[in-house]
Design a protein around this ligand. Structure first.
Ligand code: NAP
Length: 264
């Protein structure tokens, strides 16, 4: 079984890897190396069962991941208390046009969170992250979104609030403002390392996205060592990292990732 790590000061304990669920609900407008089909509910449920049996307790989803939230809501019936749920707010994806739109207004964020509660079938969400469009600092400082999340947290509808950032400057600002930050870290992309250290010092929970370079592993590996093992060892060995969110719809990849995380 995988051990648990504290998610900063949130009081939540999470497995060192979480399951990312972009591919549970969206197959267009993504930049993965190979084409794929969205798994059906039975296949998605099998992935969650493998993850849970091996000690993974963190699921990452978003309204922008197409059907992902609704699908998780169906699969999680009867097992919601086993999982720490992280979703996002601010981005919507339209499958018809293949384009995203963004709304960081207070009514927009509040409505998105309320819809996530309904879709996921829960009374409260463990973590809600603002889904950045690239304007990280504007979103945190100048939009209504951050205050809207604070109000939802005060109402007990969300337990921890943060942002998934797109720039080192945004990640640095988030490190001292947020309960949780989600940043990019892999063997080739290390620009968020200073923000990770700042978040650690500030007691924020740190979630890593794209630890496997979104599947472009050939690009990160030149040593002949298993690239998954090397990537996870790097991300999980970085001080302050709470959990690495890895997206997969392949049960063998999931088992491989869990084995690699268990060895770190
Ligand atoms: P990632 O986890 O680095 O890579 C996922 C890709 O790697 C998938 O195509 C997957 O394909 C492949 N993969 C997984 N395990 C593998 C293994 N053991 N061997 C070979 N290939 C493997 O990147 P990501 O999906 O871009 O990001 C991870 C998660 O972070 C997402 O699912 C999402 O939850 C979150 N995220 C958030 C944002 C944001 O802006 N907030 C952006 C990106 C990602 P298979 O399905 O074939 O395994």
């Amino acid at each position: 079984m995988l051990p648990r790590r504290e998610l900063g000061r949130t009081g939540l304990s999470v497995s060192p890897i979480g399951l990312g669920t972009v591919k549970f609900g969206r197959a267009t407008g993504v930049r993965y190396p190979t084409r794929f089909s969205i798994p059906d509910d039975a296949a998605a449920a099998r992935l969650l069962a493998i993850a849970s049996e091996r000690g993974v307790n963190l699921l990452d989803t978003a309204p922008a991941y197409g059907e992902s939230e609704e699908r998780l809501g169906r699969i999680l019936i009867g097992q919601r208390d086993r999982w720490v749920l992280c979703t996002k707010a601010g981005e919507e994806f339209d499958a018809q046009s293949g384009k995203s739109s963004f709304d960081f207004s207070a009514p927009g964020i509040t409505a998105s969170v309320e819809r996530s509660l309904h879709r996921l079938g829960v009374d409260a969400l463990d973590v809600v992250l603002l889904h950045s469009d690239g304007r990280d600092e504007w979103i945190l400082r100048d939009s209504e979104a951050w205050e809207a999340l604070q109000r939802l947290r005060e109402r007990g509808i969300i337990r921890a609030a943060g942002i998934s950032t797109k720039s080192p400057e945004g990640a640095m600002l988030a490190a001292t403002m947020c309960d949780v930050v989600m940043v990019t870290l892999n063997l080739r992309e290390r620009a968020d390392l200073p923000a990770i250290e700042a978040a650690r010092l500030a007691g924020a929970g740190i979630l890593i996205k794209k630890a496997l370079a979104s599947g472009w592993l050939d690009a990160v590996e030149t040593t002949g060592i298993d690239p998954v093992e090397r990537s996870l060892s790097f991300a999980l060995g970085t001080p302050g990292v709470s959990s690495v969110i890895i997206g997969t719809i392949d049960p063998d990849h999931l088992a491989h990732n869990i084995d690699a995380a268990a060895r770190v």
